[in-house]
Design a protein around this ligand. Structure first.
Ligand SMILES: NC(=O)c1ccc[n+]([C@@H]2O[C@H](COP(=O)([O-])OP(=O)(O)OC[C@H]3O[C@@H](n4cnc5c(N)ncnc54)[C@H](O)[C@@H]3O)[C@@H](O)[C@H]2O)c1
Length: 237
């Protein structure tokens, strides 16, 4: 592709599937070196982002493999539909651990390297439910609202060191995360297809292309944003 990320050294979590896999592929196609991590799939490191010491281990392994680090795209995430009264404490905590706390730890532990790079990049993955709620998604939406808030504060704090921090907020994307819901509830799939003025579900590549832009020098003066990448669906909310 463009080579515009030549020289960048990136960590992508959740890279074994869906959006994370597409992001890893796109960053590499644009010239970045990429260190991938996930619980499963063809990745450089198989690890649970919620495990004790996981973020230090990931940063250390990435630096060993690439000789440095200037870009983070934490894509690992979990979601399931459950009514509020069916949310156990353990489920609620697990969603926050994966979607929020693990991202915070990774950014914190990589911050010295991102700052030293002088042009560090962090792209978090929120959701349109970072801005709105939906039935069955109390834990997920709470985690995704929180990641947007985290993104804005990290942008404020790391900006003086040349680090940009932005949050991509995908709409309904056709990935293994959403496949079970779309299979069990075809009307849900049709709802999202029709809600988007562009009249389709998103593809993982639609998100990866925006992430690559945010990692590039073209986005050097953008920070603290939440960007809906949703086929326009949210204009109707
Ligand atoms: N698919 C959508 O419609 C959609 C919409 C908005 C936001 N997102 C977000 O995009 C990101 C990627 O989702 P996706 O649709 O590609 O889903 P996916 O299920 O295809 O991929 C998520 C990956 O995260 C990994 N993962 C989960 N828990 C982990 C853990 N504890 N440690 C390490 N890896 C772990 C999984 O193994 C999986 O490979 C998530 O943050 C998700 O919330 C997805």
């Amino acid at each position: 592709m463009s080579g515009r990320l030549h020289g960048r050294r990136a960590i992508v979590t959740g890279a074994g599937s869906g959006i994370g896999a597409a992001v890893a592929k796109r960053l590499a196609a644009d010239g970045a070196r990429v260190f991938t991590s996930d619980l499963q799939g063809e990745v450089d490191q198989v690890a649970d982002v919620t495990a004790d010491g996981a973020s230090e281990a990931l940063v250390g392994a990435a630096v060993d493999a690439m000789g440095g680090l200037d870009t983070l795209v934490p894509c690992a995430g979990i979601s399931a539909f459950a009514p509020l009264e069916g949310h156990s404490d353990a489920y609620f905590r697990q969603v926050l651990e994966v979607n929020l706390v693990a991202v915070f730890r990774l950014v914190r532990d990589a911050a010295p390297l991102l700052k030293a790079a002088g042009n560090g990049r962090v792209v978090t993955i929120g959701s349109t439910t970072s801005s709105f709620g939906d039935e069955g998604l109390c834990a997920y939406s709470a985690s995704k609202h929180a990641i947007l808030g985290f993104t804005k504060s990290a942008a404020a704090e790391l900006g003086p060191h040349g680090v940009t921090v932005n949050c991509v907020q995908p709409g309904a994307i056709d990935t293994p995360m959403t496949a079970p819901a779309f299979e069990q509830m075809p009307e849900y799939r049709t709802f999202w297809e029709n809600k988007a003025p562009l009249r389709r579900l998103g593809r993982a590549g639609d998100i990866a292309d925006v992430v690559a832009f945010l990692c590039s020098d073209d986005a050097r003066f953008m920070s603290g944003h939440g960007l809906w990448v949703d086929g326009g669906a949210m204009v109707r909310h």
